[in-house]
Design a protein around this ligand. Structure first.
Ligand code: UD2
Length: 249
């Protein structure tokens, strides 16, 4: 495609529809015998999104390949009727109901990190986090697989660098120096190899905790910390805003 940027300045591909051949990529992925995990959370009233997310992801996320879905929820009773494709597995993990919505955002990174250590590293090769209040309407295939993968936020794709929502206060561990920042990434969809996601979640959670000790909260919570991390640990593959589109746009 010539209408969009398909390569970052550090030569990582930016995946847009029409920039890859999924048949070739599927054949390569099959040969490697890989398992990919998806982590998502449904706490408090977000149980409402379980059905829509799970049924669409079961159908469209890496269709035909083994995917382990790890659903953290305080409403396990809501999933009894879910039917999974034979190659997919659903693992429901009970989680506490946090009283402040920001706390879910903060503790998510720590929960993912802890479960990578205790469980996911033994079960999957790649791991992706996806918000649950989304639905897949098209296939998301193995073109998303790489070592460290981030999605360009659709809301900020066209924003100039100085008007993006980065945290700029230097007191915050999420601070991005003025004039820096490659893209603005959404925290709603990121992933990569289990080892890289472990490092990312550990670093972001550490940043959030240090901020807390210093009495500061980054502008967009874990998303700010994610953007900071990815400035200094460049993603090896970017997903275009097509992968996290908002119908309102
Ligand atoms: C999210 C973050 C916010 C900031 C912002 C940046 C959360 C809760 N908020 O806001 O901190 O980084 O992105 O754009 O992460 N969830 C629950 N129960 C809840 C609330 C959230 O399970 O009561 C889970 C659920 O999986 C959901 C995800 O957290 O998909 C994100 O929640 P959201 O989409 O309401 O948060 P958003 O995008 O407004």
């Amino acid at each position: 495609r010539r209408d969009v940027l398909v390569l970052t300045p550090w030569l990582a591909p930016i995946v847009w529809e029409g920039t890859f051949n999924r048949d070739i990529l599927n054949a390569q992925y099959m040969q490697k015998n890989l398992v990919t995990g998806v982590v998502t959370f449904a706490v408090k009233k977000y149980w409402f999104f379980i059905q829509g997310f799970m049924s669409s992801a079961n159908k469209y996320f890496l269709a035909g390949h083994q995917v382990n879905f790890y659903l953290f929820t305080d409403s396990p009773e809501q999933i009894s009727h879910l039917q999974m494709a034979p190659e997919n597995h659903l693992c429901v993990i009970p989680v506490q109901n946090h009283s402040h919505w920001q706390d879910i955002s903060v503790s998510r990174m720590d929960i993912i990190r802890r479960y990578i250590r205790s469980q996911f590293q033994y079960e999957v090769d790649y791991l992706y986090y996806i918000d649950i209040d989304v639905q897949l309407f098209e296939h998301i295939g193995v073109e998303i697989i790489d070592t460290l993968v981030a999605t360009i936020s659709p809301w900020q794709y066209t924003a100039r660098r100085d008007s993006r929502s980065y945290e700029t206060r230097t007191e915050s561990q999420a601070a991005i120096p003025k004039g820096e920042g490659d893209f603005y990434y959404t925290e709603g969809f990121y992933g990569g190899s289990v080892a890289e996601v472990y490092k990312l979640t550990r670093a972001c959670f550490k940043g959030v905790m240090e901020d807390r000790e210093n009495g500061i909260e980054a502008r967009w919570h874990d998303e700010s910390h994610l953007n900071r991390y990815l400035l200094y640990h460049k993603p090896t593959r970017l997903l275009s805003p097509e992968y996290y589109w908002d119908e309102e746009l």
